[in-house]
Write a protein that binds this ligand. Structure first.
Ligand SMILES: [Zn+2]
Length: 334
């Protein structure tokens, strides 16, 4: 159980009750963020727990593969994990508060001489404006060296984080990806991100800046190592090796290679589906759109074309529904 402690809001003096581990406290009355620990003190290393072991990989990959139409359910027995490596990737999580007070001139317009639906005369002029941008934002920065976009754009959940220990990593046979930049650089960048965001807003808002007062505070800065399984696998014995990346903490698949052949079949399948529907409907309702013949002289073959294509369409529709149901109920079946 977490112990609660009493602190005072630095801005309005209100009494706030927070967890003793908290690094910042948000005041519900004035929205001010009071810092409870020096940023330096928050510069800790954490790691996320491995919840999905190497033995679970087969099941996880099969589950995701079966969501793809045309992947046969026999994959469950034929899949081969060739190689699986556990890598801890570094992410900096920085919390920034930014306050920008500004004064300047915004563009306004005078409209005169109205006529139906418009104005004959529009004159622009600058008018004094002032305002404040106040943001509290958490930035996640990937600090590893992997090139795949999935690592850059990864939305990490900090649930289940624990203090970093070399022994935890080595006991799992994992390796650590070294970070390409450090705490202070991560913090500076995050402050920069927020400042740029507010400057962009300011540029949209006003034409000419007269003066502005900026205050940026880095409130929290930590490094979290996220464990990923880098997997080589084959659909069946002897098949070409494919790659997969799985979050060992959440079990989410970030990358999953599907054989090109299957993608091709899937596209073909879908085109036939659409075409048979269109042809079927056209022949059924008005074949003269497709063949140059008057409606009362239709040969018997043409009369049957519509229903036949519609039967193909219904057949494919049932197939598709089966695939969809299969992926919906995949967890239950595994
Ligand atoms: Zn307050």
């Amino acid at each position: 159980m977490t112990t609660l402690i009493d602190v005072k809001c630095e801005q309005c003096g209100a009494d706030l009750r927070v967890s003793e581990n908290a690094t910042i406290a948000k005041c519900p009355y004035c929205n001010y963020f009071t810092q409870l620990k020096e940023v330096k003190e928050t510069e800790e290393r954490y790691l996320l727990t491995v919840n999905h072991q190497i033995e679970d990989l087969e099941k996880l990959l099969v589950g995701d593969l079966l969501k793809v139409p045309t992947v046969p359910s026999s994959i469950r027995n034929s899949i081969q994990i060739i190689n699986a490596k556990l890598v801890y990737e570094p992410y900096f999580v920085s919390t920034v508060h930014g306050n920008m007070k500004w004064r300047g001139e915004g563009r306004s317009a005078n409209y005169s001489f109205s006529y139906e639906g418009g104005y004959r005369n529009i004159s622009f002029y600058l008018k004094p404006e002032a305002g404040v941008f106040d943001d509290f934002q958490i930035f996640v920065q990937y600090a590893g060296n992997r090139r795949e976009d999935v690592f850059q754009n990864y939305l990490l959940s900090t649930e289940g984080k624990e203090f970093f220990a070399e022994s935890t990593v080595s006991s799992r046979g994992g390796e650590i990806e070294k970070e390409a930049f450090d705490f202070s650089q991560a913090g500076e960048r995050s402050v920069g991100f927020l400042r740029n965001k507010q400057l962009n807003l300011l540029n949209q808002e006003i034409q000419k800046v007269q003066d502005k007062e900026e205050k940026y505070r880095l409130l929290n800065n930590e490094l979290i190592y996220v464990p990923f399984w880098i997997v080589d696998f084959a659909y069946k014995k002897g098949a070409k090796t494919k790659k997969a990346i799985v979050d060992a903490s959440s079990g989410d698949t970030l990358i999953l290679e599907i054989p090109k052949g299957r993608l091709f079949i899937m596209t073909l399948f879908f085109s036939v589906f659409i075409y048979s529907m269109l042809i079927g409907l056209t022949f059924l309702f008005d074949p003269t759109l497709l063949i140059d013949i008057s409606n009362d002289k239709l040969p018997l073959g043409v009369r049957f074309t519509g229903p036949i294509f519609l039967i193909i369409f219904v057949g494919l529709l049932i197939q598709t529904m089966t695939y969809l149901l299969r992926s919906t109920f995949k967890e239950r079946r595994l």
